[in-house]
Ligand binder design. Sequence first.
Ligand code: UDP
Ligand code: MG
Length: 319
Amino acid sequence: MEKNKKDIVDISVVVPVYNEEAVLFELYERLTTTLKKISDNYEIIFINDGSSDNSLQKINSLVEDDEKVFYVNFSRNFGHQIAVTAGVDLCKGKAVIIIDGDLQDPPELILDMYKKHKEGYNVVYAIRAEREGESFFKKSTAALFYKLLRKITMIDIPLDTGDFRLIDDRIVRYLKQMPEQNKFIRGQVSWLGFKQIGIQYKRNGRKHGETGYSLKKMVQLATDAITSFSDIPLKTVTRAGFLISLVSFLVIIYALYAHFILDKTIAGWTSLIFSTMFIGGVQLFSVGIIGTYISRINKNVMNRPLYIISDTNIGKDLL
Ligand code: UDP
Ligand code: MG
């Protein structure tokens, strides 16, 4: 559907929400104050990702009071990346801001992002110069992960960034052409190229509620990031298989030589259990890696809708 002029706004803000009742009003106030400094023609879209608290009621009260506020209510929890995807799919901004709903990302930074965008950048991402109130575990695993990711993917994913960023309508258009099921949006945006720049900010700690990113979800995101952008795990497994076969071959030759020529047999249990366990471990690990890629293919072949909308005020045709 071609958008007519009336359907376009200068700036859209996409907010994924999962149990954020405590901060929604403050977030709305700070967003509104900031956006008004840019343009009167803006929209804020809240995506309620199956919250179990009163987030939806709070969002609805904002929707009633302000015609610039929209909401999408998912039928259940689909995850942060999918919530952001829905917002990006449904917004109509020439520039789109993706921001967390927990006020860890300061809305005031949007002013700087917009300024950079006006200088001609298609993407302005926020770099976490400091991270307050996050555990040593989360910070160090995140740092390690991003270093690894940069090494094994061909794309230049900037370190210490989340999804807090501005993207313009061209990036949005191409993101919509990347309908893969396992999303790693910041990777997709880097992959697209164009003119991208980072600005630094201090990431606040979470004041209310708790993180919606359990360890399980973090591991899933990391897996999606790697499998979306790299074949290196598969290639590494192939190389390891080759190397192990080579070593095994040499060991076999030696075992035969020792048995028939030197007339002595290598002592039994230890060497046997060692090689069996080692090869068994390597095999299972390799099958696991292949399985991860197959599960990706499987999901994409099934081609289910990425999210199910229970209700929204954006348009009846979405239901
Ligand atoms: N979120 C979501 N669905 C989820 C988990 C999180 O929409 O399943 C939202 C959450 O409300 C927040 C953003 O995604 O706005 C980032 O999540 P969170 O703050 O829990 O992650 P962290 O900052 O701890 O990495
Ligand atoms: Mg957070």
